[in-house]
Design a binder for this molecule. Sequence first.
Ligand SMILES: NC(=O)c1ccc[n+]([C@@H]2O[C@H](COP(=O)([O-])OP(=O)(O)OC[C@H]3O[C@@H](n4cnc5c(N)ncnc54)[C@H](OP(=O)(O)O)[C@@H]3O)[C@@H](O)[C@H]2O)c1
Length: 307
Amino acid sequence: MPSRRQFVQRSAALFTLAAAPWWTRSAMALLTPDQLLQRTIPSSGETLPAIGLGTSRTFDVRLDDAILKPLENVVRNFINGGATLIDTAPSYGAAERVTGALLQRTNAQDKVFLASKISANGRERGLAQFDNSRRALQTARIDLMQVHNLQDTRTQLALLRDLQAEGKVRYIGVTHYLESAHDDLLEVLVREKLDFVQFNYSVAERNAEKRLLPYCADHGIATLINRPFQRGQLLRPFKDKPLPDWAMEIDANSWAQLLLKFILAEPAVTAVIPATSNPRYMADNLKAGHGRLPDAALRAKIVQAFS
Ligand SMILES: NC(=O)c1ccc[n+]([C@@H]2O[C@H](COP(=O)([O-])OP(=O)(O)OC[C@H]3O[C@@H](n4cnc5c(N)ncnc54)[C@H](OP(=O)(O)O)[C@@H]3O)[C@@H](O)[C@H]2O)c1
């Protein structure tokens, strides 16, 4: 369900759209000047902010006030920046419980699009895990449920379809984080009708450009991109390096934004989900969802800069 704020934003955008002459409408459809970039979920037509938030390791912490404080500010910056998509999983230690607690503390439960996963063998274990996730996240319904790393895919997708029919899940999908699994992901996408697929894609891992991204574009499947910074590894050597002048041409003022804009320039990408425990990094990452995106020549320069 869109929040009231999203509803008002979208109504205003639609009003502007309706008032515009027909020949300008398609260009205006998904972005107003100060709004975070939005992309459409093909199976429903619902829009989703293109910058999300991962929670692996960064949200696996003790439920302790002092430890939660910076993460609370990550979530505040995230919500205030117009983002909604949070990706978590039962296998990320305490991350689901911490996500639930942070959403309570920031009063943001109805402002987010929650994605979690099932990583279990057998229907009963899958169902028990799903119920635990709902308790941990303090929600009756989870927006997107994904089969984690293709574990027991057939059984868990059948379960997720039933949960979707009962209204406990809105969208379903599958995930992986290795290029060696891209063909297996494709096989599932050909066999099953899914709303979402999540996989790794970055300047350093471009295999998805060959078949996965084009297949999703052609078949109306939303894509979530994990490991955009390869767990931060891509950014480490650039900590104190000045940005190249051409970064200005795409309104980027950090190396992280260059990496995220490289990914978002792929039209088949619905959203990218960088993880962070640092409120400053959160604000930085959100800026990648504003301003211009690189064309082919600038994308090549980004690849070159990181190679
Ligand atoms: N199989 C799967 O389904 C699967 C597998 C992998 C990942 N995922 C999902 O994808 C998400 C993202 O992947 P990931 O967590 O592996 O790695 P990632 O997002 O590529 O990198 C995260 C690291 O980047 C650093 N970082 C974030 N923003 C930064 C910035 N602006 N400047 C400098 N450093 C920055 C963070 O540092 P700090 O910690 O200091 O903030 C963090 O250590 C995961 O959290 C998870 O939700 C799913």
